[in-house]
Design a protein around this ligand. Structure first.
Ligand code: ADP
Ligand code: MG
Length: 452
């Protein structure tokens, strides 16, 4: 679904009140009766409110529905998008929206600009203290670069959008699906993503910086990198190093009480980092190799290494989950299989194993458990269960074709409890109308194709 912002700037304050009223009314009504919309908007009944209703309906932000008993309106995804964007603009968590760089089964990803940070207080900007400027690793934020809008990511969660295949298997469930449920679930998914990303970021895990959350949307920093699935080739030593780093990440996450639950090549971005070491450089040497120069000259050479940044958290789970061990193994096996298939790399180490993580947890007595922290910070067990149940019911990740991506017998027996949304197989990823083999079409030059 495209994010069409054409009407955003033309809506009047009355239109926004009516749109908000439809949203409020949707909490208790599948179809919000027109008199209720007018009442909730607190506008004088009469032509003003009706004019707004008609404007919003023409812009497809609300849709007219006639049922047997009464006429009314329901909020569309477009309407919910507008409400979220409006709030982001008002709160100055967004400066402008940009291109859609991809659309998946359960989300749309847009490049956006966030406003520049405010200038530093005058006292600091005129006479920066020598101690702070010398101790800071970054320059003082007065340069224009620091004060220009920043490119970021807006992730719009769309949990009601389901592939045809899944609709077939869940027809009965979907017949009873209400717009309130997709809205509520998309919000829950965004809230979960933001809450987990915040906890992970604060704990120093390599994840994007969470910047804002509203309704079904999350604003986060842009990872300047390439998704792992786009990497065609790695040298053996680089594959070994990256594999070790990924396994270490899975173990560290579990040590903090969490399992990603969808740890695959689509959810791992790779950032290039330059470890510029002063080394003697020889024309025949590999990058990073140390070779003595005859004249003793030392060159600064760039040794580029790839480092993972983890994204996509709505399916994360606690290591206390009854099936935690299975999910942990699945994350591990996903990477093992992928590295073996794509890079022909197989580690000599058969681990890591969940039992080792459990042992470590007993020793640390649960200190630093992020699963406990996220619960305390607002994403309750009840919410987690509600979201997980919905994902299972509507078949998020159960497209039926990803079976060989998780070929372990233990996982197949779990099919009703699967929540992997991306799959760790190149050829069996979720479908989009674009017809590409993977569930996410990253395209910086083209508008994403509509899926709905
Ligand atoms: P979905 O839930 O639809 O799988 P993801 O969060 O995995 O959504 O994002 C889908 C794709 O969007 C990723 O594979 C990646 O290419 C891109 N993407 C998502 N977040 C970021 C980000 N913060 N920076 C750069 N690219 C991102
Ligand atoms: Mg993903």
């Amino acid at each position: 679904m495209k994010l069409n912002t054409t009407h955003l700037r033309y809506l009047t304050p009355e239109d926004w009140r009516v749109l908000t009223a439809v949203e409020q009314g949707s909490k208790n009504h599948e179809i919000v009766p027109t008199p209720l919309i007018i009442k909730l908007s607190h506008l004088q009944s009469g032509s003003g409110a009706h004019r707004s209703i008609s404007t919003l309906a023409k812009a497809n932000l609300i849709a007219r529905v006639q049922n047997a008993k009464y006429d009314g309106y329901r909020l569309t995804y477009g309407g919910l998008d507008y409400l979220a964007l409006h709030t982001h603009f008002q709160r100055k968590t967004l400066h402008s929206t940009g291109q859609c760089i991809g659309t998946g089964k359960e989300s749309d990803i847009h490049i956006v600009l966030t406003p520049p940070p405010p200038p530093p207080p005058p006292s600091q900007s005129i006479t920066p203290s020598s101690s702070s400027s010398s101790s800071s690793p970054h320059p003082h934020p007065q340069t224009t670069a620091h004060r220009s809008p920043q490119q970021c990511i807006l992730k719009i969660h769309r949990l009601g959008r389901i592939s045809f295949r899944t609709i077939k298997t869940n027809r009965d469930y979907l017949r009873h699906r209400t717009s309130a449920s997709w809205m509520h679930m998309s919000r829950l998914s965004a809230l979960k993503e933001h809450t987990f990303m915040t906890a992970l970021h604060a704990a120093g895990f390599p994840v994007p910086t969470p910047l804002a959350w509203n309704r079904h949307t999350v604003v986060m920093s842009l990872v300047e990198g390439t998704p792992l699935y786009q990497v065609r080739h790695l040298e053996e030593h680089e594959a070994r190093r990256l594999y070790a780093e990924l396994m270490d990440l899975i173990v560290r996450l579990a040590g903090a009480g969490l399992i990603h639950g969808d740890f695959n090549e689509f959810n791992i971005m790779l950032e290039e980092r330059e470890s510029s070491t002063v080394q003697s450089h020889h024309p025949l040497a590999d990058v990073g190799e140390t070779v003595e120069q005859d004249d003793g000259r030392q060159d600064q050479i760039a040794n580029i290494t790839l480092h993972p940044v983890l994204i996509d958290f709505p399916q994360m789970l606690s290591i206390s989950h009854p099936n935690a061990s299975t999910y942990f193994d699945r994350d591990v096996n996903c990477i093992k299989h992928y590295f073996s298939r794509r890079f022909h790399f197989t580690s000599d180490d058969s681990g890591p194993f969940f039992k080792n993580v459990e042992r470590q947890m007993r020793q640390t007595k649960g200190v630093g458990r992020l699963d406990v922290e996220v619960e305390a910070s607002g994403f309750s067990k009840k919410m987690a269960k509600e979201l997980a149940n919905y994902m299972d019911e509507v078949g998020v990740g159960q497209a039926g074709s990803d079976v060989d991506s998780v070929s372990d017998a233990s996982e197949e027996s779990e099919s009703s409890d699967r929540r992997s949304r991306d799959t760790c197989d190149d050829h069996h990823h979720c479908e989009t109308s674009s017809g590409h083999g993977h569930g996410f079409v990253v395209n910086r030059n083209l508008e994403a194709s509509e899926v709905e």
